[in-house]
Each structure stands twice: as C-alpha cells, then as structure tokens.
Design a protein around this ligand. Structure first.
Ligand code: GAR
Length: 213
C-alpha cells in the first residue's frame, strides 16, 4: 500500500473535501496552497490535516515559485501529488520530477475545453454531453494521459452554474476513485495510455473505464 499524499489547492476545496471523505488508504495527507486565503485551507484544518502555504505573490517569477514548491513538496516524499483546483501551470521541471504520480481534475471532457470557463465554452459550442476528467499531468495545461472521465447530459435550459453543479458532483466521484486506484497500484501508464486493472463494470452508460483486465 502506498501511503503519502500531497494535495495542492488554490480555492474552494470541494474536491479536497471529497478526497478526505473517501477515507483513502493513506498514512499522511498534506495540503499545500499557493494562496494564503484559500478556503481549501479551512477545509483541511477542519479535518485536522497539516497545511502549508507558499504564497505565489512573494516570488519574482514562475520558476522561483515552482522551485520553492518543489522543495516543500519533496520534503514530504509523497507517493502521489494531487492537484485539486490548483490554479497554476506547473513548470516542466516539477512535472518531470513527478511524472506518472501527479494527477489533476478538470471540469470538461478533455481534450475539449482545457483552461478557464469550460462550462461557458461547452454551452457556447452547444455540446450535448459534457463532463470531467482525471488525468496524469504533463507540462501542457489540462493535458495528459486520461485516467477516468465521467459525462453528464447537457440540458436545453442549462446555465453555466447548473452545469457546473452536475459536473462537480461527478468530479467528487471520480477523483477519489482515481486516487484510490493509484494507491492500490492498479493504474498502468504506458505509451501515454492509462489502464486500470480489475476495474469493475459500471452500468451507468456514460462512465468509463468500464472493464479492462
Ligand atoms: C474544480 O471544478 C476543478 O475541476 C477545477 O477547479 C475547481 C476547483 O474546485 N480545476 C480546473 O479547472 C483545473 N484546470 P474545488 O476547489 O472546489 O475543488
């Protein structure tokens, strides 16, 4: 069993709460925020988790911030680093160092709508199916080998907010699932493709992976 997890946050912390609620098989969870006032820090403290703040504004540039972040993260020797609403594009160095053990969740069916305002853009494009993705991180924004996706139907009367609520519910379902698979050693990454060993078929039509041995 793997047992050390670092979660990077910037904002609200609802995915963090979902990860905590999932009671993952981990020994230690540390929360690091790049924003001192992030509500996610309160979520962490309420749940008795160790928190660290590395205030991005106090560093001259991205490189300096990433170096400080990497030093702090590496002190915890995490098996897995999880981005939970961490609104900062990590530098190549950081990404390479944690390749295959750095995960992100994004509220769209990647590769569609990476970056900001995915729900607004999905509505503007008139897509009928939208959703969320958990993936391993590469230096490109919201890009990398896809671990799991969940989809929701877009309704004619959907607004950005109503769509965000339904997608967020799915994020809270698939992110803990993906982290659990990782911790159980069930994710295989090869040629930029991820497979899950012994995934149980799910009878929800819009849910993948269903089954692979
Ligand atoms: C989530 O919807 C997450 O998917 C998104 O930020 C939100 C954070 O909410 N992440 C991205 O857009 C990454 N590009 P949370 O702080 O309540 O988990």
């Amino acid at each position: 069993m793997m047992n050390s997890l670092v979660i990077l946050v910037s904002g609200r912390g609802s995915n963090l709460q979902a990860l905590i609620d999932a009671r993952l098989p981990v020994r230690a969870i540390t929360i690091i925020s790049n924003r001192p006032g992030a509500p996610a820090l309160d979520v962490a403290k309420r749940n008795g988790l160790e928190t660290r703040v590395i205030d991005q504004r106090s560093y001259p540039d991205r490189k300096a911030f990433d170096a400080a972040l990497m030093e702090t993260v590496s002190a915890y020797a995490p098996d897995l680093v999880v981005l939970a609403g961490f609104m900062h594009l990590l530098e190549e160095n950081f990404v390479q160092c944690y390749a295959g053990r750095l995960m992100n969740v994004h509220p769209s069916l990647l590769p569609a709508f990476p970056g900001l305002h995915p729900h607004r853009r999905a509505l503007l494009e008139g897509v009928k199916i939208h959703g969320c993705t958990v993936h391993f991180v590469t230096p490109r924004m919201d890009h990398g080998p896809i671990i799991v996706q969940a989809a929701v139907a877009v309704m004619p009367d959907d607004t950005e907010d109503s769509l965000a609520v339904r997608v967020l519910r799915e994020e809270h379902r698939i992110y803990p699932q993906a982290v659990r698979w990782f911790m159980e050693g069930r994710l295989r990454l090869s040629d930029n493709h991820v497979s899950v060993t012994h995934a149980v078929p799910d009878d929800t039509a819009l849910y993948s992976p269903g089954f692979c041995k």
